[in-house]
Design a protein around this ligand. Structure first.
Ligand code: SPV
Ligand code: MG
Length: 290
C-alpha cells in the first residue's frame, strides 16, 4: 500500500489526521515516535533552518533534497508544502513529478503570486493569483500525479490577504472544480472564529485542512465538532521547539561558564545513538568487517 493510500485510509478511519512539521530527518523520526499520522515538509521550517525568511528564497532543489532525506528515515506519509508551485502551471507539472518521485504523498499549492510572502507576518504584502490561473495550476497537478491516492491540496490565502469569507469560499469552490482533493484554509487571526465560520459555511464536496499556528486554541476536539476538517497541520512547532531548546541551552552554557549544569537537562548521547540506529551499525560491523 502506498504511503498516500495509508494517509487516505487513516483519514477515513479516524476522521482527523495530525500532521507534524519536519525540517530534518531527525525531527521526522521524533514525530513518528511521538505518534503523528504524517509529516509536513514545511517551507517555513526549512527556511528558518537556513536562517532566511519564508519568501521563496529556498529553492525547490533544497526543499526536495530535505524531503528525500526525510523520506529515507521514516515510514510516515509526507505532505509537501510546495508554496506557489515555483512558478506557473508548467513549473507545477515539474514540481509534482519531482515531489512524488521523491516520496511525497501530497502537495499543498497556495494561490499567491511568486515570489510569495510568508503568511503570518504582520503587514505582509499578500497578492493572490487570478482564480483561473490558479485553477490551471491545480488541474496541472491533478493531471501529473501518478498514484491515484496522491493528494493535491489547494490552499487559499484569501483570509490571510484580508479578502473575507465570501471570497475564500468562492476561491475554494473554484479550486474543487479544478480537481483539488482537499482545501487548505489558512488564517492568521488569533481567534479561531474565522476558521470555524468558514468551516460551517463550507458546503463543498471535499474536506478541509487547517494549520492552527496563529489560533492554537482550536484543538482536535473543537475541530472534530466542525465535521468537515480532516487534517490538522502543526506548521511551525518543530522548528520553534528545537530553537527554544537550543536557545536556552546555549545561553545557559555561556552564563554558567561551561556545560556542567546543562548536560543533565538535555538528551544523553546514548539517546542520539538510538535515534541514529547505532545498534544496526554495530550488528553490520560484527557481520561484515573482518
Ligand atoms: C509552513 O509551515 O510553511 C506553512 C504554514 O506554510 S505558515 O507558515 O503558517 O504559513
Ligand atoms: Mg509554507
Amino acid at each position: 500500500m502506498s504511503a498516500a493510500k495509508r494517509l487516505r485510509a487513516r483519514m477515513a478511519e479516524t476522521g482527523l489526521v495530525h500532521i507534524m512539521a519536519a525540517h530534518s530527518p531527525l525531527s521526522a523520526i521524533l514525530a513518528e515516535e511521538a505518534g503523528f499520522d504524517g509529516l509536513w515538509a514545511s517551507g517555513f521550517e526549512l527556511s528558518a533552518l537556513y536562517g532566511v525568511a519564508d519568501m521563496s528564497l529556498i529553492s525547490m532543489t533544497q526543499h526536495l533534497d530535505m524531503l528525500r532525506a526525510i523520506a529515507g528515515r521514516t515510514t510516515l506519509p509526507i505532505v509537501a508544502d510546495i508554496d506557489t508551485g515555483y512558478g506557473n502551471a508548467i513549473n507545477v507539472i515539474h514540481a509534482v513529478r519531482e515531489y512524488e518521485r521523491a516520496g511525497a504523498s501530497a502537495v499543498v499549492i497556495e494561490d499567491k503570486t511568486f515570489p510569495k510572502v510568508t503568511s503570518l507576518v504582520a503587514g505582509g504584502r499578500q497578492e493572490l493569483l487570478r482564480i483561473e490561473e490558479f485553477q490551471g495550476k491545480i488541474e496541472a497537478a491533478g493531471a501529473t500525479k501518478r498514484d491515484p491516492d496522491f493528494l493535491v491540496i489547494a490552499r487559499t490565502e484569501a483570509l490571510i490577504a484580508g479578502l473575507g469569507e465570501a471570497e475564500a469560499l468562492r476561491r475554494a469552490q473554484a479550486y474543487v472544480e479544478a480537481g483539488a482533493d482537499m482545501i487548505l484554509i489558512h488564517s492568521k487571526k488569533k481567534d479561531p472564529l474565522e476558521i470555524e465560520n468558514f468551516s460551517r459555511a463550507w458546503t463543498g464536496s471535499v474536506p478541509l485542512v487547517i494549520v492552527p499556528n496563529a489560533y492554537p486554541d482550536l484543538d482536535a476536539e473543537r475541530v472534530k465538532a466542525l465535521c468537515n476538517i480532516r487534517m490538522m497541520i502543526y506548521g511551525n512547532y518543530g522548528i520553534r521547539a528545537a530553537a527554544s531548546a537550543i536557545q536556552e541551552t546555549f545561553r545557559r552554557i555561556i552564563a554558567d561558564g561551561g556545560v556542567q549544569n546543562v548536560h543533565k537537562d538535555i538528551l544523553p548521547v546514548e539517546e542520539i545513538f538510538r535515534l541514529q540506529k547505532m545498534d544496526e551499525v554495530k550488528a553490520a560491523e560484527a557481520r561484515f568487517l573482518c
